[in-house]
Design a protein around this ligand. Sequence first.
Ligand SMILES: Cc1cc2nc3c(=O)[nH]c(=O)nc-3n(C[C@H](O)[C@H](O)[C@H](O)COP(=O)(O)O)c2cc1C
Length: 649
Amino acid sequence: MAYEKLFEKGRIGPLTIRNRAVMSPMGTDFADTNGNASPRLIAYYAERAKGGIGLIINEYTGVDDVDSIPTQHNLRMAQDYNVKAAEELTRTVHRYGAKIFAQLHHGGATSKSAFTGRQNLSPSGIPMPPAGEVPREMTLEDIRRVQDKFVAATVRCKKAGYDGVELHAAHGYLMTQFLSAYYNHRTDQYGGSLENRCRFIDEVIAGIREKLGNYPISVRICGDEMTDHPGFWNLEGGLAIARHLEAQGIDCINISNGSSWNGNANCEPFSYTPGWKKHVAKAFKEALSIPVIATNTVKDPDFAEQLLEEGVSDFVALGRSQFADPEFMNKAKAGRPETIRKCISCMYCRERLLGGAMPVECSLNPRLGAEYRYRWQDLQKNGAGRPVVVVGGGPGGLECAIILAKRGFAVTLLEKGDTLGGTLNIAKLPPFKANIQGTIDVLALEARKNGVDIRLNTEATPDLVKSMNPVGVFLAVGAPPLVPKSIPGIEKAVLAEDVILGKALCGPTAILVGTGLTGLECAEMVLEHGHKLTMVEMNPAVGQGIYNVVFNDIMSRITPHAPEVLTSHKLTAVTESGAEVTDLTTGETKSLSADTVILALGTHDQEAMLEAYEQLGLNTVLVGSAEVPGRIAGAIRGGFEKAWVFEAE
Ligand SMILES: Cc1cc2nc3c(=O)[nH]c(=O)nc-3n(C[C@H](O)[C@H](O)[C@H](O)COP(=O)(O)O)c2cc1C
């Protein structure tokens, strides 16, 4: 069998797990406002259980709805009324052969007083982040009350049919705050020595054991906080905590990394090499006898198998990979890893949840969080072989073609270039982005498998398309770059996309105008090739609108090159010797000299093209960035949705 280790049964305490893959806990914001598992949330987990995962550790689940409400749609087990919907959740997951734990959580200093109306709790009144809301120091009464809430929530979990619980002692939340010498300065029995700092969680574990005997308990900690500041623990410190917890009789340990100050070591953007932190989990596996679960940027089953073979952990945790493709394990079992939509660590899921306080979405999987709405059994298979044409072989066009083909239409996809992928062929070129080729490959594979007739090197025109007599035309032609004709000399400038593609040469000195994601990625490439760069941005800061994790990651590579940065400056002319810019704060105009002026001013929609098709009486739909310029997520989601609801006239 393929992936022998991955499909070996595993044990956690008294439980047998059908394989070695654990779904890592990930907040979704799919619960209702009372913290109940909603139909949306249940359908989302059902799909992962059906997809073959062994154990689901569900998202952080609040034990306390008085002092800890992190978001309005956070799952909770804080009240007896939360049990009913949770029963439906566990029953559904069990129906598909997976086991499920609830990850029990208290935010402590990270909670939101805007939701609770109360000052946050913490061991010692240290704010998190450092300039955040100042919490109050918990009294002994507070400690007992919150511990009781953890135990009461566990009792509810058992009633609801959960197979166990995981205590969330990672990533800086209340249990971490007690474990941490940085956050815990108490001088009573809950602070000081390792034993004292562990007392909060120890007493919760003992409380659960007293009420529920050998009910499985996992604890998630950061193995190494990877934070170079006094009070944060390193690997040795993490091992000491884990040894202590093992002695308290927990059933397994789930190793994450990083801290409240270093989220990237937990959930990495694309620039981290898979496996970079595997030494941490391995050290725990070697030091402990209980099973070790660990995340390790697992994007494909080969790497999962390799980690198990190397003895890095007993179970591999799959986080974002389960967002991107719930069928990951079934596809691995079938020996078809090439059909998996592999997470590209673009961070869009984090951006939605943490950056925007919105339910998670995935760039590659348009059904994430929409499984209850877009049920495969409801897909209208009424295409009846009628012809439709998709123009453009980028991510939106491919996704659109796939769904139309699944609906039974005879789909022809016209791509003017000699390769599929559209703008992904640009997106994959900046440093660390090569795995985007995997997205192109898997979409192309799915399109071909579903019978899409792909015609490369074929430029679509309204007349050509009309001659094919389609019942629908889907313009997924992407969004062309903005080139403001009103700026004198603009024709002398080159496009950032062309510089990235190597189609436009960049001289030794360059001016880059516009610092969105494409602009910054172009800047990174230009600087790495040793060019001297001035970055011009109309906004008061560079990189506006880019999720801060991605922004900081790129800037960490740009900043050492010390490019000149002119914010609040507008391009007013491209000249023979460079560019003229205006300082928007003073109105002063400056001449900048450079060999090349590069434009990264964003993109515009394709409304004009739509009209040309409609004038020929074609039933035409704009798809993805052609309709709303955006990123991969919008393109794929747009393609999916337009194809799902399409009605031929
Ligand atoms: C959107 C999102 C929400 C997350 N929420 C949680 C959470 O509730 N509890 C937790 O322990 N970790 C959480 N994590 C971290 C993941 O469990 C995991 O450690 C991380 O994504 C790295 O694993 P991966 O590379 O397989 O995605 C979250 C990650 C993401 C992307």
